[in-house]
Design a protein around this ligand. Sequence first.
Ligand code: NAD
Length: 425
Amino acid sequence: MDTHAPSSRIGGFHKFDVAQRIASVAQFARLDEADQALLQNTGNLPAELADHLIENFIGTMNIPVGIATNMKIDGQDRLIPMATEESSVVAAVCNAARQCYDSGGFTTSMSGTEMIAQIQLTHVTDPQHARLQILEKKDTIRELCNACDPILVKLGGGFRDLEVRVLETRGGTMVVTHLIVDTRDAMGANAVNTMAERIAPRIAEWTQGKSNLRILSNLADRRLARARCTWRLADIGGAEVRDAMLAAYHFAEADPYRAATHNKGIMNGISAVVMATGNDTRAVEAGAHAYAARSGRYSSLSTWEVTAQGDLAGSIEIPMAVGLVGGATKLHPSAKVALKVLGVNTAEALARTIAAVGLAQNFSAMKALATTGIQKGHMALHAQNIAMMAGAVGEEIDALARILVAQGAVRQDVAEAELQKLRAG
Ligand code: NAD
């Protein structure tokens, strides 16, 4: 063991100011001046604000924001800001949207804006009895929940319903209460968690059980965003393309190995808008994948069919717990601009827009995979990444990327050799 190795036990790190934290990390990791200057440059997120968003803040991580064009949603044209580090994601949405723009674009809807908070009760000797005891207290529970969040209630939200489930587990029988709360324009995690924590001791008292976890469920299946769209046969390249895409979908529907990647493509679009608007990507992703497995077998989040006219109809239904207030949404300056660009003024409109983006992304990924393959579209941008990794700067990047694509060898070793040749003239 290296006795001179720096220690990660840094007492009071959270109490340091940002400069002290950077100095401390610099000492630990031997960061040079340039590294430290990079951390100090927080871009469009002021350090004072970021320091309030998370703990032990030392810097920011910039992610490119691109605009997806051509989107028409419920008859209205929208520009979509997407925050992603992955090439081809923005282009995929533009392409899919262009191919359905003339036939009307996307139609969306939403099941509601209700979230579920769970309260776990253990050590219950008579669970069925306890279940009814809790259900009998619905009015009291409504009052207690609504008292937690008068603002939400004033805005038309608040407690909506109560569900109580008896769950057989390896650790014994549990009684699980669901508080169903309309959180309006907030994602609602803090709102419902506060309510669950307020109600839990009362439930324990009424039932003589022991309350344990009190937290929302990210399987937000009372907050489903829906989008559908029809791509005309003539606009997508004919029946052969359509049938190859359908075969791709049937593969995803039948096989979890394929479904994981199919849904990852959908989430490429969805997470990028969730991120651009300052919402919680992990919450939406957890909800999406749990919903994709709701039948007991993980499957496709989207559905693809052939219409009576022979066109290709896609649809998606997906939990979409996003907000316009709460978390970083109202605080992050870039998120605020993203919402302005989107032109949405309710969480529902945002959720519906995001579902449409997910479907668009899915269309493009399936089409590329079922026709030319994914690499053709990826290569141009990927080649630029490889060119930069090989050391290309300025105009060299495009020039080198073109050489790599032309050679059909987008590899770093080739890039390094070609860069040398380029520089040698
Ligand atoms: P929040 O508590 O910051 O804001 C919501 C509150 O804003 C409401 O309770 C209400 O009082 C008020 N409000 C003002 N205008 C409103 C409007 N028009 N509609 C609704 N409410 C309005 O945030 P939140 O949405 O309760 O929680 C979101 C945050 O919680 C996110 O940052 C998320 O990352 C985090 N979180 C997530 C999880 C999880 O997903 N498992 C768990 C814990 C925390």
